[in-house]
Design a protein around this ligand. Sequence first.
Ligand code: TYD
Ligand code: MG
Length: 460
Amino acid sequence: MAKKNVSVYFCQECGNETSKWSGQCPACGAWNTLVEEVVDKTAVKSRAAVSDVHPTKLVDVVANNEDRMSTQIAEFDRVLGGGIVPGSMILVGGDPGIGKSTLLLQTCQKLCQAGVDVMYISGEESLQQIKIRADRIGKFNDKLNLLCETNLDTVKAVVERERPTVLIIDSIQTMFNDAVSSAPGSVSQVRESTSVLMNVAKGMGIAVFIVGHVTKEGTVAGPRVLEHMVDTVLYFEGDRHASYRILRGVKNRFGSTNEIGVFEMQNVGLIEVKNPSMVMLEGRPENATGSVVACSLEGTRPILVEIQSLVSKTAFEIPRRMATGCDYNRVNLLVAVLERMRDHKANKSCGIFLGRSDIYVNIAGGIRVNEPAVDLSIALAIYSSEKEIQIPGDTMVFGEIGLSGEVRSVQMAEQRLNEAKKLGFKRVIMPQSNLAGLTVTGVEAIGVSNIKEAIDAISK
Ligand code: TYD
Ligand code: MG
């Protein structure tokens, strides 16, 4: 067959493939993101004889969950769903400088101490640079092999020869394959590199961590396609200038997602934070207006966060609304609910007017919470700032708010109460419907069924 090269165009944002160039991606609508790639169409697809292929009965399949390898870093294991599954492919994404290389080098250190053969392939740093980082982290034994290489064929050959148990590729954007004509970091290079590594990993049962840089839009640079290919996607987030870092699972074929691991960057590398609630509440002002402690569930773990709100007279035609760390639209919705609030006992309206006020809501500590259970706390923070009422520092609040101002039940109320008790809170304002069957003692649980009752509870 004659060799036939065809040009196709890939979108750098969503990975969509088209045969013609255009200024706008027809799939995701992004502008100027299509790049040309030359695809070799001569590759012949092989097909096994169909008569040799037989399905397997589900009951005959043996799955062994015991095979997981612990990273010896509890916070990391938690996000992975209990440890590394052999042969799995894990993408660790995050902004440059957030600490991806540091975390993985520390994982190497721990795995090596447990006797695992690890190979760390870096396309970004020299051996000396890695050594300098390793010296900051601590002592390493002789189980760790380093390689500075960007050529995928070389990487593949070395991995096939050395057969490590765990392989780390830092980063996938620096890898390049001679067979693909485009530059390293482009969609087809990244996709090709990932699929080659995946074949090697699955074939030999090697667990592979790949580092991927995130663009300012928040996706792994260029190709979202990567997320579909790998087994697990973890994102390392946090403010680069603050020392706390959060490792979040967004996809996991071997465990639950939305588990988070909390770390602190220190001068000896990343240190696990065992009690994130304490960290998030650090430096909280005592008895200030507009400050409420809420409880958000991150995976299976309740974390207490401080919600701050500032309500001030606006100087503009249209008042400003700002939400940092929580959903902007949710804040707008809660403002509307506060304005239309009703006192059900007196059967009259008791809403507060916020139409001429700027409203700022902030979650302290740089964490993002998206759970509806923080609704009641956000609403109370806004109310507290507007009315200049202090909410006692020993009170924690949680509950979801419905459009008519009712406080709805949330899941795992008992765990939230226990977390409040652990951190010395005396009182918890929570949904009435969650009260039944609670066995936690030592904290006063105040059940409320609508937002007015919650306001009465804090105003006392
Ligand atoms: P790095 O892990 O290289 O980030 P990434 O691989 O995600 O780009 O480094 C993160 C930052 O952390 C870097 O600016 C230096 C800093 N750092 C410390 O503060 N303490 C340490 O012990 C180490 C190793 C790095
Ligand atoms: Mg790095």
